[in-house]
Design a protein around this ligand. Structure first.
Ligand code: ADP
Length: 591
């Protein structure tokens, strides 16, 4: 406006200047011709000036050409890039710098891009919220013009020298909120904007400052809107990512029955494959069944139910599905239904295993107890001396063996409970003569069976450091299984081999073997092969190998099923470091 009126005033003077000589008669043709010529020139000049003004107006109005929505960080950077360029052109400044207030650190930090300032320079600028011209402008919400940057007491000299600042203007970046009638309702300062070094060695004036204030208001609005939008988009993306990656299935259906969200876990659970669910009616997405019923009853009768859903056949999954109603604020009107699906297959499996375990353990305890009680009662009732000394002794041997079986079982159970409660299996390390220990294990098991031939083939003098009791427990379990799972008898061989820093022990039997699909699982607690009657009828608790594995690990060793052929037999192998306190890395498998 200022410029326009100045031009008009100047234009008027200029018109007066060209009015011809007053002494000439007004109607003389030459005077009229000259006047006509002059007025033609005036009109031409006016046209030229109008074109110039139109150009200026164009530049100023393109400042308003800010995209309505800036949605990404690169977009904001580009928009600000254009903005600072135009701004520098209008104000005729060499450099432009935007500083944003960071409330977390209470500092004014550079918001790129700047103009005429390198990336490196930008990185080294960090201004405290109370420092220099920027701090003053930020706090006082008033602009400052400084035309002698070096000597002005308000400027920060390190920034002045870093950016070679001669002069500048600093204006606050203010977000103004207006109501429908354009009345100001709120004002917030988000940072400051600097322009430095007026071109052609000139000074900045108050006119530049006013213009910059207007432009700064626009820049502040762009920055704040964009940041809000970007923050929202990024938060939304984060939520979306979390939602996509969680293992819990989630379906959100609005009150009109339209699917708003359905994450991959839910799609997998419902065995959906076409990938596009959002925006479709839930009954065209969710197949008939429990889940559809659950959503249906929540939508129509506002029922919040929890149901258990089983998918697939034998090895299918079990889900706990829960429908929750989302109501509108302050009302009971349903906004949407959120259904959540938790995979509880593992929980149910462990529950089933525990129940089975309690019944097997009770059975395992009752069998020896029944036998002990039977033999003791028989002996007590024999007042008349029906049984001779040898038979009575046989009875006592059986009672003794059954007591040993009970003791082993109870000790296994106690060890499992130790492992489960996170308490370690304390080792009492000592030098152990492995040949002696293995031969003793073989000898201890032999009396219990006539069908098997238990042999220990171990080189003499094989010494290791180990907990002898716990190592015996490992071998007892492996040899016990070898005997137990060879119902038709056969050879049970125990071999040991010196491998340098480690020893390898193999326990081989000629029994039932282990079907392929169980081989990875037999070391899990409670796991038992239940495919055939032969395995099932043998009994057991399913904790032996689990314990063996923990005991081997406690020694820094490993145990694995080396070979098994159904109907031909199995070989279990253990590798132990000779010194568990040494650095030896123990691997599974053969060389
Ligand atoms: P259990 O008390 O049932 O014997 P284990 O943990 O010792 O428990 O063994 C787990 C399962 O592995 C057993 O139930 C059995 O089915 C199988 N198993 C273990 N050792 C052998 C073997 N030597 N031959 C065949 N099957 C075996």
């Amino acid at each position: 406006m200022l410029r326009l009126s100045a031009v008009l005033v100047r234009g008027a003077n200029w018109v007066n200047d060209i009015v011809p000589d007053q002494n000439e008669p007004p109607d003389s043709p030459s005077r009229l011709r000259r006047e006509l010529e002059h007025y033609r020139l005036v009109v031409e000049e006016m046209r030229r000036r109008i074109r110039g003004l139109e150009d200026e107006l164009d530049t100023a109005s393109t400042m308003a050409e800010v995209p309505s929505v800036v949605v990404t960080r690169p977009e904001l950077r580009n928009t600000l890039g254009r903005l600072v360029k135009k701004l520098a052109m209008i104000i005729q400044a060499e450099k432009v710098l935007l500083l944003l207030h960071q409330p977390e650190v209470n500092q004014l930090t550079v918001l790129p891009p700047a103009l005429g300032i390198t990336e490196e320079q930008m990185n080294s600028i960090n201004i405290g919220v109370d420092d220099g011209v920027s701090g003053w402008v930020f706090h006082n919400r008033e602009s400052v013009v400084f035309n002698d940057a070096l000597n002005d007491p308000r400027t920060l000299k390190n920034v002045v020298s870093l950016l070679a600042v001669r002069n500048g203007i600093c204006v606050p970046l203010v977000i103004k909120q207006r109501d429908e009638d354009e009345r100001l309702v709120d004002e917030r300062v988000i940072g400051v904007m600097h322009v430095f070094n007026k071109r052609f060695d000139e000074d900045f004036g108050t006119e530049d400052m006013r213009l910059l204030e207007m432009l700064a208001e626009q820049a502040a609005a762009v920055i704040s809107n964009a940041q809000l939008y970007i923050q929202l988009t990024e938060e939304k993306e984060e939520l979306q990512e979390a939602f996509e990656s969680i293992h819990v299935g989630v379906i959100v259906v609005n009150r009109h029955g339209t699917v708003r969200l359905l994450n991959p876990a839910a799609a997998e659970m419902l065995e959906l494959t076409d990938g596009q669910y959002s925006g479709r009616k839930f009954d065209t997405v969710v197949p008939p069944g429990d889940v559809r019923d659950l959503l249906e009853s929540a939508l129509t009768s506002g029922e919040e139910r929890t149901v258990e859903i089983t998918t697939g056949e034998d090895d299918g999954k079990i889900y706990q599905a829960q429908a929750t109603l989302m109501t509108r604020e302050d009302t009971t009107e349903i906004e949407s239904v959120v259904a959540i699906f938790n995979d509880i297959t593992e929980i149910r499996r462990v529950e089933r295993m525990k129940t089975a375990f309690v019944s097997t353990v009770s059975h395992e305890l009752r069998t020896p107890l029944t036998s002990i009680k039977g033999f003791i009662s028989t002996l007590l009732e024999d007042d008349e001396g029906m049984y001779d000394e040898e038979t009575r002794r046989e009875f006592l041997i059986i009672i003794n063996e059954e007591c040993d079986r009970l003791t082993r079982l109870i000790s296994d159970l106690l060890n499992v409970s130790k492992i489960e409660s996170g308490r370690g299996l304390d080792l009492q390390l000592a030098d152990v003569d492995l040949a002696l220990l293995l031969r003793r294990v073989a000898a201890n098991h032999q009396p219990y069976t006539k069908k098997h031939q238990i042999v220990a083939d171990v080189p003499d003098g094989l010494q290791i450091r180990a907990d002898a009791d716990k190592l015996t427990q490992v071998l007892d379990n492996l040899v016990g299984n070898a005997v137990k799972y060879s119902p038709n008898g056969g050879k049970v061989e125990i071999n040991a081999e010196d491998e340098g820093d480690t020893v390898r022990i193999d326990v081989h039997d000629e029994g039932l073997g282990i079907p392929e699909r169980h081989r990875d699982q037999i070391f899990q607690r409670f796991h038992q092969v239940d495919d055939d009657m032969d395995h099932r009828s043998i009994g057991g608790t399913g904790i032996g190998l689990y314990l063996v594995q923990h005991l081997a690990h406690a020694h820094g060793g490993r145990v694995w099923l080396d070979r098994s052929v159904v109907g031909e037999g199995s070989t279990f192998s253990v590798r132990l470091p000779k010194d568990p306190e040494g650095e030896t890395e123990v691997e599974v498998g053969g060389e």
